[in-house]
Design a protein around this ligand. Structure first.
Ligand SMILES: Cc1cc2nc3c(=O)[nH]c(=O)nc-3n(C[C@H](O)[C@H](O)[C@H](O)COP(=O)(O)OP(=O)(O)OC[C@H]3O[C@@H](n4cnc5c(N)ncnc54)[C@H](O)[C@@H]3O)c2cc1C
Length: 416
């Protein structure tokens, strides 16, 4: 009997790795997923769970200048820890150059198309499985304290209309009539009607279970130390234990750590780890009926069954910097300005994770043209939960030689 072909090897069991595995196994491929941790323990597990199709990129006009102003404020929504680090300075310069209107408009075209594809993928994944993940396709609210920010939010939402994403303005009284949780000081909200919310841990853990049932193999507690090269091809990976795993194709979906692995073969996917926190609250009498973002604070608030998740802050301080405890307190304090009953809530969990942020605000999805058999899916920053299922489909199609459902040079992992 002939030896079996080695599998397609997926590095990382976050939303990108799992989604890629899903689309590969759907097409009959043999897949092995490896992760250095327990499955679903990273950013993909602890995020806010807002599935925000058509969300704009981080690289918006004016954001880099605002970021510099916030640099010394540990409670600002975007905090860059001041330090002399050539890598960080290069990233910041490139980020600054991309914060302009023309790039923003080009990003919106790409992200809106990717969002539409991801929406289709979410729906079909959920229809074909029994994943219990509190999926709600009823939109999310951008809740504003002030009339001026509500006007501005309405203008931002209008930018998505040409791409087919609907939104509507809701005044504060209507919001409070829907749900008494909102304080009288809240001015109103913009409702993004086509979006959704999901419990991210329940979704990724459920997806991993479904994949295993469909024959995808998993290896946990395996850290990839390097890619194995033979000539111009990648033929698998070497673990930190020294063990080598052979693969027909290798998919680098290791979140913000993908860059470290790629550097071993002189490939650069420049990313900064942008840490965010969540704090889960229980014991609340009223919770918002939809997920929302508290506009003036950039804090996301998502209801999951009897829990309310507060998530936010984008902190660029390198890996393993100590948690900034005041940021967790800030989540609750800010939320208390918009919602009733927060003072009586009980903190049920706290968490921090890293968003993989490229300097141009776009993910890197596709084939590595310098090395046969290597594919990349990372850099989704604040949007990985939303765009992961669509990106995974593009990757699977590319790996198997099909025409990808969406293509753009702006997503190429070779662009850096
Ligand atoms: C606070 C916060 C809130 C967020 N809210 C939202 C939101 O509301 N909506 C949204 O769309 N997105 C949100 N995001 C962003 C989203 O969570 C990320 O973009 C997404 O999870 C990235 O997925 P990933 O699969 O690329 O990476 P990860 O989830 O980080 O997965 C990478 C995996 O690779 C593994 N790995 C790394 N190195 C190795 C190695 N050497 N060997 C083996 N395995 C390795 C890791 O263990 C990990 O499991 C949020 C993020 C944060 C931090």
């Amino acid at each position: 009997m002939a030896d079996r072909e080695p599998p397609i090897l997926v590095i990382g069991a976050g939303i990108l790795g799992l989604s890629t595995a899903w689309h590969l196994v759907e097409r009959g491929a043999e897949v092995l997923v490896i992760d250095r941790d327990r499955i679903s323990d990273g950013a993909s597990s602890g995020n806010a769970g807002l599935i925000s199709f058509g969300h704009p990129p981080l690289t918006r006009p004016g954001v880099s200048i605002q970021g510099l102003k916030w640099m010394f404020d540990r409670t600002s929504p975007l905090y860059i820890k001041p330090r002399l680090d050539a890598e960080l300075l290069r990233w910041m310069w490139s980020f600054h150059r991309h914060c302009n209107q023309r790039h923003f408009e080009r990003c919106m075209e790409v992200l809106c198309a990717l969002g539409g594809l991801s929406a289709t993928c979410f729906e079909s994944m959920l229809a074909d499985t029994n994943i219990d993940c509190d999926w709600r396709r009823s939109g999310w609210d951008d809740v504003c304290m002030f009339d001026s920010t509500l006007d501005h939010a309405e203008e931002e939402a209008a930018l998505l209309e040409p791409f087919g994403y609907r939104s509507r303005r809701i005044d504060g009284d209507t919001l409070r009539a829907e749900n008494p949780v909102w304080k009288s000081s809240v001015s109103g909200a913009i409702r993004y009607e086509d979006s959704a919310t999901v419990n991210p841990h329940a979704f990724t853990a459920g997806l991993a279970r479904e994949l295993a049932a469909r024959g995808v193999r998993f290896r946990h507690d395996c850290t990839v130390a390097s890619l194995v090269e033979r000539g111009d091809a990648i033929i698998g990976v070497r673990l930190d234990s020294g063990e080598e795993i052979e693969a027909t194709s290798t998919v680098l979906t290791a979140g913000v750590w993908s860059d470290t692995i790629a550097r071993g073969i002189d490939l650069r996917i420049p990313m900064q780890p942008a840490r965010g926190y969540h704090r889960d609250l229980g014991g609340l009498e009223h919770v918002p009926s939809l997920g929302c973002v508290l506009n003036e604070t950039f804090i996301a608030v998502t209801p999951f069954h009897d829990t309310l998740r507060l998530a936010g802050t984008l902190e660029i301080a390198g890996f393993n910097a100590p948690w900034l405890e005041d940021r967790l307190g800030h989540l609750t304090d800010a939320c208390g300005r918009y919602l009733n009953g927060i003072d009586d809530a009980v903190v049920t969990s706290e968490w921090a994770g890293y968003r993989p942020c490229t300097p141009d605000g776009l993910p890197a999805i596709g084939r590595v043209t310098t090395h046969e058999g290597l594919f990349v899916g990372t850099g989704h920053a604040m949007m990985g939960m939303t765009l992961g299922p669509g990106s995974g489909r593009i990757l699977a199609e590319t790996i198997l030689g099909e025409t990808p459902s969406y293509q753009s040079g702006m997503l190429s992992p070779m662009r850096f």
